[in-house]
Design a protein around this ligand. Structure first.
Ligand SMILES: Cc1ncc(C[n+]2csc(CCOP(=O)(O)OP(=O)(O)O)c2C)c(N)n1
Ligand code: SF4
Length: 296
């Protein structure tokens, strides 16, 4: 990827006094994203944990304007804000939709796909904690195979694989699509900076561990976010114009998928067969990604 200087000491636009749980990966994601985007940013925020995290009106821990909108409307709302700014000739503001996986993979997908098809000049970010956390840890289509949630109990864990939202978005041939992790802030910030400089539809998918929903210790967020990448469960890559694939970080201390699963309570019931199936799926997706990068 093109080298862009990132500054982790950039001003804090995600302030203290927020209402997230201790160790919330989604809060770290916002902090780094806004450091990269800067104060000329407007956020469209659908129903999700972040609707609570930011604080009740008139309080808000974010140093940028936030428009709270209905669950399924993040991309449509962001498109409308963009249109309003364009009518006023305001071009230097980044309009960012910031949705959870439920608001992206599931209920927000129609508006998101429509915005992508129109190549709206917005940045859509999915912070992915792999379930509907705000309403009590229900399964979403981002929940991984075999994970426990309150709607996929241990006796009947999720039988299906995680929806591949990145390939779905890349298939719209949008200018920019990327994955990122709160375990790798520089890589994440570089992608936000790059997205800021692109005109048209941009999509960034950030893995954001959730101590409450993943049944993990709250001081393990960064470590587990890194383990997801080092095990190839969540590869860091970008896709330009739907065709140019590029891995932005190659695991430097590879670990097995089993090691990643073992540190989270939501996977503690897994049988060896389930671990094998999970691992096979990870290998299959990694191999396909490598092939796409090689042919790009
Ligand atoms: C149309 C509609 N259906 C359901 C809800 C209730 N609701 C609010 S937040 C939420 C879950 C959001 O999940 P996700 O997008 O994954 O974000 P997270 O809570 O995990 O941060 C639900 C179901 C709603 N607000 N609107
Ligand atoms: S439930 Fe999870 S995503 Fe929501 S605020 Fe708590 S740690 Fe963050």
């Amino acid at each position: 990827m093109t080298e862009t200087a990132v500054d982790l000491r950039a001003p804090e636009l995600c302030g203290p006094g927020h209402l997230a749980c201790q160790g919330c990966g989604a809060t770290l994601a916002m902090r780094y994203a806004l450091k990269a985007l800067g104060e000329r940013t407007i956020i469209a925020l659908p129903a999700c944990c972040w609707s609570v995290i930011a604080g009740p009106f008139p309080y808000c821990n974010l140093g940028v304007p936030v428009y709270h909108c209905a669950f399924e409307t993040a991309a449509a709302t962001a498109s409308g804000i963009r249109a309003g700014l364009d009518m006023q000739g305001i071009e230097d503001v980044t309009v960012m939709a910031w949705a959870g996986d439920g608001g992206t993979f599931d209920i927000g997908l129609q508006a998101l796909s429509a915005a992508a098809e129109r190549n709206e000049n917005i940045l859509f970010v999915c912070y992915d904690n792999e379930a509907y956390m705000n309403t009590g840890i229900q399964r979403s289509s981002a929940t991984p195979f075999s994970a426990w949630t309150t709607t996929t109990p241990e006796s009947s864990p999720k039988a299906d694989r995680k929806k591949d939202i990145d390939r779905i978005m890349a298939a719209h041939s949008i200018p920019y699509c990327a994955t990122a992790s709160v375990g790798y802030p520089e890589d994440l910030m570089r992608k936000f900076l790059k997205a800021k400089g692109i005109v048209g539809m941009r999509f960034i998918h950030v893995l954001a561990p959730c101590p409450a929903g993943w049944k993990m210790a709250s001081d393990m967020t960064v470590e587990i976010a890194r383990m997801a990448v080092e095990s190839n469960v969540f590869p860091l890559y970008e896709v330009e114009d739907g065709v140019r694939y590029h891995i932005t970080y190659h695991p430097k201390r590879p670990i097995s998928v089993e090691q990643y699963l073992k540190v989270q309570g939501r996977f503690k019931h897994l049988t060896p067969e389930m671990v094998a199936q999970f691992t096979a799926e990870v290998h299959e997706r990694w191999d396909r990604l490598q092939r796409d990068c090689a042919s790009s």
